[in-house]
Design a protein around this ligand. Sequence first.
Ligand SMILES: *[C@@H]1O[C@H](CO)[C@@H](O)[C@H](O)[C@H]1NC(C)=O
Ligand SMILES: *[C@@H]1O[C@H](CO)[C@@H](O)[C@H](O)[C@H]1NC(C)=O
Ligand SMILES: *[C@@H]1O[C@H](CO)[C@@H](O)[C@H](O)[C@H]1NC(C)=O
Length: 480
Amino acid sequence: MKPAVICVFLLFLLSLHCRAHRIAHSSIQKDAVNRGSRQLVLDGKTHVNLGDPVDCPSDDLSRCSLHSDEGRHDIIDAEAVSSRLQGGGGGEEEEEEESEHAGRERRHGEAGESGRFVLGESAKVIKTEAGELRVTTHGGISNELGTRRIGLGFLTLEPNGLLLPHYVDAHCVFFVRRGRGRLTWVDNDELHHVDLERGDIYKLESGTVFHILNLDEGQRLRIFSIFDTVSVFSGEAFHNFFVGGGEKPRTVLSGFDKSVLATAFKASGGEITDVLSYQTSGGIIYSIQRNESFGTFNRKAGDKPYNIFDKEVAFSNDYGYTATVDEDDFSPLGDVHKSAFLVRLKAGALLAPHWNPRATEIAFVTKGEGEIHIVYPNGTTAATESVQKGDVFYVPQNFPVCQIASRNGPFEFVGFSTSSKPSRPQFLAGRNSVLNGLDIDLVASSYNIPAEHMEDFLGRQNESVILPGEPLPIARAAVK
Ligand SMILES: *[C@@H]1O[C@H](CO)[C@@H](O)[C@H](O)[C@H]1NC(C)=O
Ligand SMILES: *[C@@H]1O[C@H](CO)[C@@H](O)[C@H](O)[C@H]1NC(C)=O
Ligand SMILES: *[C@@H]1O[C@H](CO)[C@@H](O)[C@H](O)[C@H]1NC(C)=O
C-alpha cells in the first residue's frame, strides 16, 4: 500500500518536472527566435537556432514524451536539423555574414614569401545596393595564377538582385555557396536558364551572354567562381563585357560611333543617345518583378547543375569530410579543365600532409579559421599561414601541404582545382601514407634507422586522410 502511494507521488513529481522543463525549453526557443531571425532560415524552412543545446536530460526524454508529444516533436525536429547542419556544412553561415569579404587588406605587403599562397584583397568591380562583384586582381594574385591568368570572382546578390547581361573572356565555373538563383544565358539565339542552389557547380563557356538573378526573397545569393582566361589581351585575368546597361554599367555598344549604331539599329542619333544613357544604377540592379512564379523551385532536367552535397562524400570519418566534383561526376568540367572540392575539418583536426599530383588548388575559407602549412621541394617551409573565413589560399601542384583546423571550431573551405580529373592526393602520414606503401626495410634504410623503429613510427597513426589533432600521438603513446 505504502509503496504504491510513493509510486503515484513520484509519477506526479515527474510529470511536474517535465512540464516545467517544457516551459523552460520553449522559452529558450523564443529567445533564440528573438535573438536573430537571420539564423532561422535554413533550406527555406524556419527553425530554431541550434546553437542552443536541447537539454532535456536523455533519460527523461521518453518519460517527458509520454506527457508531451509537442515537446518530443521539437526535439526530433532539432535533431534532424542539427544533423543536416553538420552534413550540409555551411548552414550556420548566416551568422557572421556581414563581416565577410574576400581576401584581406592586411595581407598586402605584410606576408613576404607566404603572400604567394594567401592571396591579397580582391577588388570591387561592381558595388550597388543590390549586390557586389569582387575579383582577384592580376597584381594581387600569386605568381603562378597571375601567369596563368586565372581569376576568381565573388558575387553577392541581395534578394531580387540582378547581375545585368554580360559576357566574360574566360571560361567560368560557378560554385554556389549560399542562396538560390537563376542563371540565364543565350546560346544560338535561344534562351536557357538553370536554377542554382547551395552547393551547385555549373560551367559557362567564354563569350556567352548571361545574367544572374537572386530568386530567394529570404537570403543573399553568393557565388564563388573561377575564370580561366582565353583572352590574349594583357592586364587583368579576365574582363566583363556588358551588353545590358547604359551610362553605368557602360555597355560595349557605347564604344561604337553613334552613326554606326544608328545605321545598324535603324535608329536616329537621338534614340541611340537615349538608349545608352538611361541606366545609371551600375551592373547589379533590383530586378523588376515579373509574373513568373518563383515560388515553386523546380530544376529543369536538361540543364541540371551538379550539387556537391548530392555526392556520396568522397571521404568521411570522425574528424571531418571532403567531397569533390570532377568530370566523372559532371562532364562539362572536362571542357574547362576544372574540378571543385569542399573540405570540412572538425576543431583541431588536420588534413594529413599530402600533395596533389594533378592540379593546383585554389580554396576559399567559408567557415572558421585554421592554418595552412606548405613546403618547398627542397624540404624548407614555404608558408605557415593563419587563415580565416573570407581568405583565399592556393596550393601549387605537387607542393606538400597540411591544413589544420583551429581548436575553436570547425574549419571549412571550398575551391577549385586546375584539372577535371579525379584528384588522387598522395599522403605522407596516416594509414594510406605512401611511406606505408613502400617496402618497410627500404624505408628504414633510406632514413637510416632500424626497421622496427620505422615500423612502430609508421604504424601509430591508424586514421587516414583526416587526422585527429589531439591528443597528440606522443602523449597517447605515453599514456598507454
Ligand atoms: C503580367 O500579368 C498581367 C496580367 O495578369 C499582364 O497584363 C502582363 O502583361 C504580365 N506581364 C508580364 C511581364 O508577363
Ligand atoms: C629552398 O627553396 C626555396 C624556393 O626555391 C628557396 O627560397 C630556399 O632558399 C631554398 N632553401 C634551401 C635551404 O635550399
Ligand atoms: C584508431 O584507434 C583508436 C584508438 O585506439 C580507435 O578509437 C579508432 O576507432 C581507430 N580508428 C580506426 C580507423 O581504426
